[in-house]
Write a protein that binds this ligand. Structure first.
Ligand code: GLC
Length: 448
């Protein structure tokens, strides 16, 4: 080998090294993930919006035909009457903002395959097939951003309408194994996902329906990479067969604190995701607020669902819940946004949360106390106690504090009746330094 060749080979080797080791994608560190998910962890409340042709008849979204409660053809007839004629995205966003939510997640496409935008993949969308005739997503996204709310888009991976998707109805499959048709479907699905990612640049992509196929078949890894390439800050929910960022318990409020640092309970206001004229089983504002408080206390978010009607109006019961929620969140914002999970119930019989620096402990009172409330096992000195959103300073009294014992005393806090909130009262306890809990077993007596 002559000298020139040797040098060329050496340069090539160096370049390969640089490429592989220096410019290769580094996996995200836990700190980087925490930073990417920070706004989400701080947000505490989001609004889920299930809007689609199912609102026309007021029946279960997609599942009603899949489970055979209505024929597929009759289900699809709803396309003709989905008008969105009173759709006022600005008014929606005003209401969402007023509720205190920090983000909204709209169903861009449910399992029925009807896209709310003018997709160039397939023709089953509201622009081609309904009287709406226009993209419903864009104006909402615009208005959300204008109001400093984060934009989330729900997307169903499975599509029971697509001719190349294997499942159609619970008891009717299109095919079992057909790699060509499956490849067609994957192309379509990736195309639509890329389309919404490019068109709307969502802050959050909320997948659903992943249970029907494996990560490999969905190309979950590629989907994740594609979304993060487009927007390195995007957050993805858990329903992407292991390739998501945070857990999504559905309808069931966790009882013990979830292991994941990031989670979000998605929940309906009545018993339906979409608008159903015959579902009157609404939770009361008090119940919704208390569920939100439980989520906050366990370090999670509540994604509360609304189901607008086919013409785009939001049912009045839902408006009412959002408004009362808004009154409460506005008053108690310091005890909601940016807080972290509270302390074990051994120390306080109820939900609690901590400020980020862990120096303020928030106590949530869902009831009228009969006498003072008690806090146990707090080692810190207390600097001040007040009622959140009202400012009244509260007096406290420490009992059972023996000077020779390390067991902290019982802290009794007096809560006068006139400071109580009509839903949930919040007490802020300012500690000297970050909270320190006494968690030891029975004390040993050596002298007194
Ligand atoms: C479920 C359902 C769906 C609903 C979603 C919301 O997985 O399939 O109808 O949209 O949950 O979380």
């Amino acid at each position: 080998m002559n000298r020139l060749n040797q040098i060329t080979i050496l340069i090539l080797m160096i370049m390969t090294f640089l490429n592989v080791y220096l410019f290769a994608e580094q996996p995200e560190t836990p700190e980087q993930k925490a930073e990417r998910l920070q706004w989400f962890q701080d947000a505490k409340l989001g609004i889920f919006i299930h809007w689609g042709i199912y609102a026309v008849n007021g029946i279960d979204e997609s599942w009603s035909f899949f489970n055979g409660y209505i024929t597929y053809d009759d289900y699809m007839k709803q396309l003709n009457n989905f008008t969105a004629k009173n759709y006022d995205p600005k008014a929606w966003v005003k209401l969402i903002k007023e509720s205190g939510a920090q983000y909204a997640v709209l169903t861009s496409k449910h399992h029925d395959g009807v896209a709310l935008w003018d997709s160039k993949y397939g023709d089953l969308n509201v622009v081609n097939k309904t009287p709406v005739g226009k993209d419903l997503i864009q104006p909402l996204v615009k208005s959300l951003r204008k109001n400093d709310l984060k934009v989330g888009l729900y997307y169903s991976l499975l599509d029971w309408s697509h001719m190349d998707y294997p499942n159609h109805l619970r008891n009717k499959k299109r095919y079992e194994n057909d790699s060509l048709r499956w490849a067609n479907f994957v192309k379509f699905n990736l195309g639509q996902i890329e389309e919404i990612s490019k068109k709307y640049n969502p802050d959050l992509v909320w997948f659903d329906g992943d249970w029907e196929q494996s990560a490999e078949r969905w190309k979950a890894k590629e989907i994740r990479e594609m979304l993060l390439n487009k927007n390195p800050n995007v957050i993805i929910n858990s329903r992407l067969q292991g390739y998501g960022d945070y857990a999504t318990p559905e309808q069931g409020l966790p009882v013990t604190r979830p292991k994941s640092l990031w989670w979000e309970l998605c929940m309906t206001m009545n018993d339906s995701w979409g608008f159903q004229h015959n579902d009157h089983n609404y939770k009361t504002p008090n119940q919704v607020i208390r569920i939100l408080v439980d989520c906050i206390g366990m370090g999670g978010n509540l994604l509360l669902d609304i189901g607008p009607k086919a013409d785009g109006t939001i049912p009045k019961e839902q408006v009412q819940i959002l408004k009362e929620l808004g009154r409460w969140t506005q008053k108690h914002k310091e005890a909601i946004y940016g807080t972290r999970a509270g302390i074990p119930k051994d120390h306080f019989y109820g939900a609690t949360a901590l400020s980020k620096n862990r120096e303020i402990l928030y106590l949530y009172l869902p009831h009228k106390p009969n006498g003072s409330v008690v806090l146990k096992g707090i080692k810190n000195q207390i600097n001040r106690i007040w009622i959140v959103g009202n400012g009244t300073k509260l007096a406290w009294d420490i009992k059972m504090k023996a000077y020779w014992s390390s067991v902290p005393g019982l802290i009794y806090i007096d809560v006068p009746e006139k400071v109580l909130d009509e839903q949930v009262t919040v007490i802020a306890v300012l500690l000297k330094g970050p909270i320190e809990l006494y968690r030891e077993d029975v004390q040993k007596i050596e002298s007194n």
